[in-house]
Ligand binder design. Structure first.
Ligand code: 13P
Length: 286
């Protein structure tokens, strides 16, 4: 069932597990993710970045794709369709109007007061429409920032002020993770994570979930993480399968066969994450 993230992440918070956000890129990825999560009776969040939405033909196209695939595949697990890193109020409104059930407003590049102002505006638009909102404090680094650079760790007091003044549903505090492959060791601020969890009492989100060690992910769940975002690891797993196919089968030319060559790898990677996050077989309890 397509729903917002409220129930999913509140159940995760109470049950001490985390729901995976897997980012989607096209029809096949959406299908692979839905099928594998359904097979494991696990709730799932489909993350869509602005770039991915443009690539797939806009928010309405993505919504139609997800809705119709779910119907066609008889998907009964809880599924949220979530805008990942919405960069403005207008983009969030566009996704909500297209049918997305959840949005992230990422105004973390602005000062705290401006971040609060923009986030509150998104919350005020989203909540009456039954759409949940995630927001970011600090700055989660990425490849574009250099060697694990660009990380600006979230301050506890900023998180409290941000959550209180915006009434948002889920907080993504930057605590050392980066988007894309790590160019060193991930260094997560677990103590601060726990403190933010205690003081905000909201389900926390960890971005940059690829390349973080399993033990760190388990510890992060202990410290309040209820949602883990994963993109790069699935891309790498899928590409490995496709590359092998192209390297070993000089006669293949059917795009369906080429794309399918990554299916087993991607599904294996999904299952491993669901096991780690402890969401297998919990969908019917939600
Ligand atoms: P990775 O690409 O590092 O898995 O991060 C995904 C993410 O955080 C999307 O918001």
């Amino acid at each position: 069932m397509l729903e917002n993230m409220k129930n999913m992440l509140n159940c995760a918070k109470n049950g001490k597990y985390a729901v995976a956000q897997f980012n989607i890129n096209n029809l096949e990825w959406t299908r692979f993710i839905l099928e594998e999560c359904q097979a494991n009776n696990s709730p799932v969040i489909l993350g869509v970045s602005e770039g991915a939405a443009r690539y797939m033909g806009g928010y309405k196209t993505v919504f139609g794709l997800v809705k119709n695939l779910m119907e066609y595949l008889n998907i009964t697990i809880p599924v949220a369709l979530h805008l990942d890193h919405g960069s403005s109020y207008e983009v969030c409104v566009e996704a909500i109007d297209a049918g997305f059930t959840s949005v992230m407003i990422d105004a973390s590049k602005y000062d705290l007061a401006t971040n609060i102002e923009i986030t509150k505006k998104v919350v005020d638009y989203a909540h009456p429409r039954n759409v949940t909102v995630e927001g970011e404090i600090g700055h989660i680094g990425g490849n574009e920032d250099g060697v694990n650079g660009g990380i600006l760790y979230a301050e506890v007091n900023d998180c409290v002020e941000y959550c209180t003044k915006t009434d948002l549903d889920f907080l993504a505090p930057a605590l050392g993770s980066v988007h894309g492959p790590y160019k060193g060791e991930p260094v997560l601020a677990f103590d601060r994570m726990s403190e933010i969890k205690e003081k905000t009492n909201l389900p926390l989100v960890l971005h940059g979930g690829s390349g973080i060690y399993d033990d760190q992910i388990r510890q992060a769940i202990e410290c309040g993480i209820c949602k883990l975002n994963i993109n790069t690891e699935l891309q790498q797993a899928w590409t490995l399968g496709v590359r092998e196919k192209l390297n070993t089968d000089a006669n293949v030319y059917d795009p369906r066969k080429v794309i399918k060559a990554g299916e087993a790898n991607i599904k294996q990677a999904i299952k491993a994450k669901l096991e780690l996050l402890k969401t297998i077989n919990i969908a019917s309890n939600n």
